[in-house]
Every structure is written in structure tokens, then in C-alpha cells.
Design a protein. Structure first.
Length: 137
């Protein structure tokens, strides 16, 4: 298979990890050149070809911000008290997630952050626009 006539975008890695090909010894470049795929079984090659055919190289990964960046953004936006109230009223799984998110990267499409943002009265996109301007550390 060594070369494919399509570009490989940033979401291909997570797509491979979510597939039956996760952990197999092959890699790829953005230009569609695959390395190590000669060690794959014929069935795995078929799976890889199907994965590549379904892949959209223009799709981007969601933005990610740390809990610190999100907290700073909320503070700058005057929404920290509303966020704190949303966290305290949230279901335990969402509250637990947020309490441990300070140093961790959180993707913009995270459902827990989406629920907290809705409860605090802020749009996730607006929150992440501001969070992305804050320092990571």
C-alpha cells in the first residue's frame, strides 16, 4: 500500500486509535506515504484502505485549553462566579472532571465543559476564543 493518493489530516491518528488497527506497527506522513504497512495482514490492509477512504483530511482537531486557561478566561469575562455555581450544581461526574482539569488539556467539544458552559451562560466557542489567548502555564 505504501503510497495513497490523498493527503492525511490531523484527525487520522485518533481515527486509527479508534479502529481495529490501533497499536499496529505502521506510520504515515501527511503526504499519504505509509511506512511499515508491509507487515500488515491482507485483512488489515483492507481495513487501512477503508479507513483512508473514509478519512477527511480537511477535518481539524478541536481546540484544547487547560483548566487554568479556561479559569483565566472566565475571570476576565466576569463569569467566574457563574461558572463556580454551575460546577457546584453539576452532576458529580462533571464536577469531578472540572476539579481535576486545571493542568490538563480539555478539548472544546468536551460534553462536560459544554454542560458547565451552558449552565454558566457562556457559549463554548466564545469561552475557548478567550481561553486560547491565556498562557498555558
Amino acid at each position: 500500500m505504501a503510497e495513497i493518493k490523498t493527503a492525511i489530516g490531523p484527525t487520522f491518528g485518533p481515527e486509527v486509535e479508534a479502529s481495529t488497527l490501533a497499536g499496529l506497527p505502521f506510520s504515515w506522513g501527511e503526504d499519504g506515504v505509509f511506512y511499515g504497512d508491509e507487515a500488515l495482514t491482507p485483512e488489515q490492509v483492507i481495513d487501512l484502505e477503508a479507513l483512508v477512504a473514509a478519512h477527511d483530511p480537511s477535518k481539524q482537531l478541536p481546540r484544547q485549553a487547560t483548566g487554568k486557561q479556561i479559569t483565566s478566561a472566565l475571570s476576565d469575562m466576569g463569569l467566574l462566579d457563574a461558572w463556580d455555581a454551575a460546577v457546584m450544581a453539576a452532576k458529580p461526574a462533571d464536577r469531578y472532571y472540572w476539579q481535576r482539569a486545571y493542568d490538563d488539556l480539555t478539548p472544546e467539544d468536551n460534553a462536560k465543559i459544554g454542560r458547565l458552559a451552558a449552565a454558566a451562560g457562556v457559549e463554548v466557542a466564545v469561552l475557548f476564543d478567550k481561553a486560547m489567548t491565556e498562557p498555558v502555564r
